[in-house]
Design a protein. Structure first.
Lengths: 230, 247, 242
């Protein structure tokens, strides 16, 4: 059943292409705006990296978080459009399956978006990849995505249909994802070798992200049902 | 006719002792305890800051436990939900006091309002999380819906706050060089200062309990009012039927 | 009554603070087609949603398909089909994809899904149109096809004839009769008194949140004046959380 829900969500996205046509450009614009705000020339004091190169990992994850808000809103907007959420309840779809299905579809969209953002950083910020860090990079990418998708679906379900939902979601979601921002940024910094950080230093940070993903994956499975039911 | 109030003999005794406690705190904090060698008079802010912080975290724990009891007990008694809500409201208050006094103290002692250390940052996060919790409580619906939603949010916060604290701590441990200029936040306290601090904690705890009891009672009254409103609304709705037939 | 599909005794259901249903008493036997009649704001939609297990029972007692509404309302839902004011469809998916999805949630086979689509006349070019592009009547028929594919034991329909042309209405009536012949029970809330009255085996008036058996049968009832709208929220549910 979860697969059914996930495929449905992805099919809707494939048809409407809202994430592709709206959220992705938004994320890209955010990356560009960061550059406008933060661009500085290299100083002799540091290793010659510009400010943007130094903070690129953080900016990638920030842009990801902002895009997460939009993707979550969209994920639940398709249910609200024609009253499908009610229909899902009546259909007797198990809340656990619903949660896993929507979170999986969200994860797929998010993962694709993050990959594009990394590409944007390579282009715009002068970031360089490091061969030894690829494993850490991919591991962080996948785990952070799972954690973010889980927590986003969970709070999205709460905010769906609630008064002031558009403004409630950021208020609830952003504080919660702080550990992912901290951990994933540091892990990617290590993977890319920013300021000559060793790759080994990045793995504890990956651990933070992994714990988050497991905790909120489990928490989401348990909590989603009570949250969406009347 | 006497106006109804949420006070009882027990809360009056409690309120009295809370007031007395605060009086003691003022006496000791401002008068009897000595000024610190390094920080002079500004250390006195700590007598408010530390108890507030203690209280904010106590309130958080109470909210979480009450939410858990509400969700997992057979009876789902709404009293637990109201306790969670009351504790959260008082907790936000004390959290605000903690942050403001912390900022004042930081400014006086080290010249900066804010420090990105684990404790302050986690407290700020807890503050925002509380505010989100209170926003969720105001989403409307039946009492049971409100109780269930907020209980889930409170338990998720229990999950999230340690994670935030742990990650901020790891993060700050990277920045040890920044703390060379500033001591790590602990103040050497002699006997009288510790005693004043203790008085502060006791006084604030009494204050907290008093506030939560009263708030919970007003919440119970509000809920009862809504329920009675239902009876009135039912009667009015049924009366519509007769007017419709006559018309 | 044993084997009754719906049994409500003085049921009260609230929307926020407002008692939309203020004491409904109703018994529905298997195989009936029941018509709920009443002005806007009377509580028909709320009654249907209560029987679907979507709303909690605030007071009174209720049993649907043997499940107690006070304690087992989630268990009621898979056996029930609800067609509300909105269709519950995914606007970006085609007719065929929607029916396939909703049928699958009830375990329907591809054959059953195809049969439902054909039954409601959604064949040919229509089946591959996105719901967003359909007319109101076509969308309604799609929603009905989803209901057919799910083979619910109890059908709860809120103004199902609205937006359908004459041919589609005939189709709908035939579908409902087939469903009851196959063992389902149907409850219809409608303003289409003549058509629905001809279809129904029994009529019940819903007035100000309460039920009473029809006065003088279909069409012959006195026109009921509209109660004041000042206090009442719209009947419309927005498909999200209450």
């Amino acid at each position: 059943m979860a697969g059914l829900v996930a495929r449905k969500d992805l099919r809707v996205e494939g048809r409407g292409r809202v994430a592709l046509n709206q959220v992705l450009p938004f994320a890209f614009i955010v990356m560009v705006m960061f550059a406008f705000a933060l661009e500085r020339l290299p100083t002799p004091a540091n290793t010659g990296d510009t400010l943007l190169e130094l903070v690129a990992p953080g900016l990638i994850w920030l842009a990801t978080l902002f895009s997460l808000l939009l993707l979550v809103q969209r994920s639940f907007a398709i249910e609200a459009d024609d009253g499908a959420l009610d229909a899902l309840r009546v259909a007797g779809v198990d809340p656990v399956a619903l949660f896993l299905g929507k979170a999986s579809a969200l994860a797929v969209q998010l993962a694709a978006l993050e990959a594009v953002l990394l590409g944007a950083a390579l282009l715009l910020y002068g970031t360089e990849l490091r061969a030894g860090g690829v494993v850490l990079l991919v591991a962080t990418w996948l785990t952070a995505t799972c954690g973010l998708a889980a927590v986003g679906t969970l709070y999205g379900g709460l905010a769906a249909g609630a008064r002031g939902r558009e403004t409630l979601l950021p208020l609830l979601l952003l504080p919660v994802v702080a550990p992912v921002l901290i951990g994933a940024t540091r892990a990617v910094e290590a993977a890319l070798g920013i300021e000559d950080t060793a790759i080994a230093d990045g793995w504890p940070w990956f651990g933070v992200v992994a714990v988050f993903a497991v905790a909120f994956g489990a928490g989401g499975v348990l909590a989603f049902g009570p949250l969406i039911d009347e | 006719m006497t106006t109804p109030s949420t006070g009882t003999r027990a809360t009056r005794a409690l309120g009295g002792s809370a007031l007395g406690g605060v009086g003691w705190l003022l006496a000791f904090g401002l008068g009897f305890s000595p000024s610190d060698r390094n920080q002079a008079e500004s250390v006195r802010i700590l007598y408010v800051h530390v108890p507030s912080a203690w209280l904010a975290y106590l309130a958080f724990v109470v909210t979480a436990v009450a939410s858990g009891v509400y969700l997992f007990s057979k009876r789902h008694a709404l009293g637990w939900d109201r306790l969670a809500g009351a504790s959260a409201e008082v907790g936000v208050l004390f959290m605000g006091i903690t942050l403001v006094t912390g900022m004042l103290w930081g400014r006086l002692t080290w010249g900066v309002f804010w420090e990105w250390d684990a404790r302050l940052t986690t407290t700020a996060f807890l503050f925002v999380t509380y505010i989100g919790y209170l926003a969720v409580r105001r989403l409307g619906g039946t009492h049971e819906q409100r109780a269930r939603r907020s209980a889930v949010i409170a338990l998720l916060a229990v999950l999230e706050i340690p994670l935030v604290h742990w990650s901020v701590r790891l993060w700050r441990s990277l920045h040890q060089e920044a703390t060379v200029l500033r001591p790590d936040g602990e103040v050497k306290m002699d006997g009288l200062m510790l005693f004043s601090l203790f008085v502060g904690i006791v006084a604030f705890t009494l204050l907290y309990v008093w506030l939560v009891i009263h708030r919970q009672r007003t919440m119970a009254a509000e809920d009862a009012l809504e329920d009675r409103g239902l009876d009135a609304a039912l009667a009015a709705r049924r009366a519509e039927a007769t007017t419709v037939e006559v018309g | 009554m044993d084997g009754a599909v719906i049994e409500l005794v003085d049921a009260v259901a609230v929307l926020g603070r407002f008692p939309a249903l203020a004491g409904a008493t109703l018994t529905v036997a298997p195989g009936e087609i029941l018509l709920l009649r009443g002005p806007n704001g009377a509580g028909k939609t709320t009654l249907l949603r209560l029987c679907a297990g979507l709303l909690p029972l605030a007071r009174g007692q209720g049993r649907v398909l043997g499940f107690d509404l006070a304690t087992q309302r989630t268990a009621v839902r898979p056996h029930v089909g609800l067609l509300g004011h909105r269709n519950g469809l995914y606007l970006d998916l085609t007719v065929a994809e929607n029916v396939a999805f909703w049928g699958a949630t009830a375990g329907a086979t591809t054959g059953e899904v195809a049969a439902a689509v054909t039954r409601l006349g959604l064949v040919g070019r229509l089946a591959d149109l996105e719901v967003r592009r359909l007319s109101a009547g076509q969308a309604r028929r799609t929603a009905l096809a989803c209901l057919v594919a799910r083979r619910a034991r109890l059908w709860l329909l809120d103004e199902p004839h609205a937006g359908l042309d004459a041919a589609a209405r005939d189709e709908l009536d035939a579908t409902l009769r087939e469903a009851t012949a196959a063992g389902a029970t149907v409850v219809v809330a409608s303003h289409e008194l003549e058509r629905a009255g001809a279809l129904a085996t029994r009529t019940v008036d819903v007035v100000a949140g309460q039920t009473r058996d029809a006065i003088g049968g279909l069409g012959a009832g006195r026109p009921l004046s509209q109660p004041s709208d000042a206090r009442q929220p719209s009947d419309e549910s927005d498909g999200g959380l209450a």
